[in-house]
Write a protein that binds this ligand. Structure first.
Ligand code: KE4
Length: 424
């Protein structure tokens, strides 16, 4: 049961904010009960409105890879703010940020900073259409790329959790140019290109899905996305808003040794402030205004405070951090799988690096068809059991949990014990 202060705040919030939250998944509707209102966070701990601490596995849905209130990031933000928070004019900081991103992502020759992952994917797809002169966009069921009208088609994340794969308010015309295929189905992608290749502007994919829970690509799937786009003159777009700097410093494209035509980044790359990126091959990005005819703009794009947080974060993403995240992730996975075996639970664990999901289905989960059969009621009861034991797990089955460099082995072990008890 959530603390009484949070419950009272939730009632108050609901009078002035739809659903009492500024993003749907935060309302705990997918797990029942009412949300914990957070008063502050530090390292791997969130503190509720009543001051109670929770081991945090949401990490603001991915950005907090260093942990909350990292002293260097806080100092960078504080220092930047004293020089003005936004100028609406170019700065040397933005150049440094772009140089750093291009160094980490060799497939990105030039990039644009925007203020959210939604802006990044929406802009990348507009540029891909402008570059190819084609209209059709291909995405995969269960993947979520933000809430641009034409992408809310069998989306993952919130929409999938609510079992409403399409959103109200999206005109039929807006999604007429969006084709959705099963994730991990290279054959279906090739067949679509064989039939309609000349119409396809781009294929956008989460290179590891986080938005139906963690679903890794099967061998050859990502290679097919990049190859078939190249064969047909379409643009391959890796939406690495979640996987970028998470599964490796250079994202899933680094792990897979691939070079998509375009990449979208967000969350970690912005140091936990409103800052995201889209970019790719120079020839494609030269279509963007003021160089070319594709318009995209933003009042706060690349503002110095967000960029300072980003730079302070990026310079701390070293090999030791990723080794630690892999070790903690493997420890968590082994412990959760042992608990599932001990309890004989119909569940499975899927993980890439420090993003992990416990699915209430025997699995494996390779696509939305596999994910949607999860027992979401059982997940909701398990989530409540974790919360009671001081573990703040993502409040939805179709989301990824995140481990940060601030988590300790002791916290992982305590989480495993809580997960085991909550399965009982
Ligand atoms: P934002 O507009 O929320 O910054 O980014 C959209 C987005 C784009 N691409 C991917 C792969 C994403 O995961 C996201 C956003 N992720 C969700 C969590 N599943 C954000 C949390 C929320 O919507 O409250």
């Amino acid at each position: 049961m959530t603390d009484p202060i949070s419950r009272a705040l939730f009632e108050r919030a609901a009078r002035v904010i739809p659903g009492g939250v500024n993003s749907p998944v935060r309302a705990f509707r997918a797990v029942g009960g009412s949300p914990v209102f957070v008063s502050r966070a530090e390292g791997s701990t969130l503190y509720g409105a009543d001051g109670r601490g929770y081991v945090d596995y949401v990490g603001s849905w991915g950005p907090m890879i260093l942990g909350h209130a990292n002293p260097a990031v806080v100092e960078a933000v504080r220092d930047a703010a004293t020089r003005g928070t936004s100028y609406g004019a170019p700065t040397e900081l933005e150049v440094r940020f772009a140089e750093k991103v291009c160094a980490l992502y060799p497939s990105i020759e030039t990039m644009r900073a925007v203020s959210s992952g939604t802006e990044a994917t929406m802009s990348a797809l507009r540029v891909a259409r402008g570059f190819t002169g084609r209209d059709l966009v291909v995405k995969f069921e269960g993947c979520y790329h933000g809430h641009a009208d034409f992408l809310l088609v069998k989306a993952g994340s919130g929409a999938a959790t609510f079992g409403v794969p399409d959103s109200a308010g999206v005109p039929a015309g807006a999604v007429a140019g969006t084709v959705t295929l099963p994730y991990n189905d290279a054959g279906a992608l090739r067949a679509l290109f064989a039939a309609r290749g000349r119409e396809i502007a781009a294929v956008i994919v989460e290179p590891v899905v986080g938005n139906m829970g963690v679903v890794p690509p099967v061998a050859g799937f990502l290679e097919t996305v990049v190859e078939v786009c190249r064969e047909h003159g379409a643009v391959s777009i890796f939406d690495e808003v979640m996987t970028g700097c998470r599964v490796a410093r250079g994202g899933m494209q680094e792990r897979a040794g691939l070079r998509p035509d375009m990449t979208c980044l967000g969350k970690i790359v912005g140091g936990g402030l409103p800052l995201a990126v889209y970019g790719g091959r120079r020839a494609i990005m030269e279509k963007v205004a003021p160089l070319g005819p594709v318009y995209q703009a933003g009042t706060l794009s690349g503002n110095p405070v967000a960029v300072s947080a980003a730079l302070a974060t990026l310079e701390r993403l070293d090999g030791a951090l990723y080794a630690r995240l892999e070790a903690l992730g493997a420890r968590a996975q082994a412990g959760l799988e042992a608990a599932i075996a001990r309890r004989g639970a119909a569940a499975c664990v899927q993980r890439v690096g420090s993003m992990i999901t416990l699915f209430f289905t025997r699995g494996p989960v390779r696509s939305w068809a596999d994910a949607k059969v999860c027992d979401t009621k059982a997940f909701g009861a398990w989530h409540a059991g974790l919360l009671e034991r001081g573990v703040y797990w993502p409040p939805a089955q179709f989301e990824a949990a995140f481990i940060s460099g601030a988590h300790t082995e002791a916290q992982i072990d305590a989480t495993i014990a809580a997960a085991d008890a909550a399965m009982g």
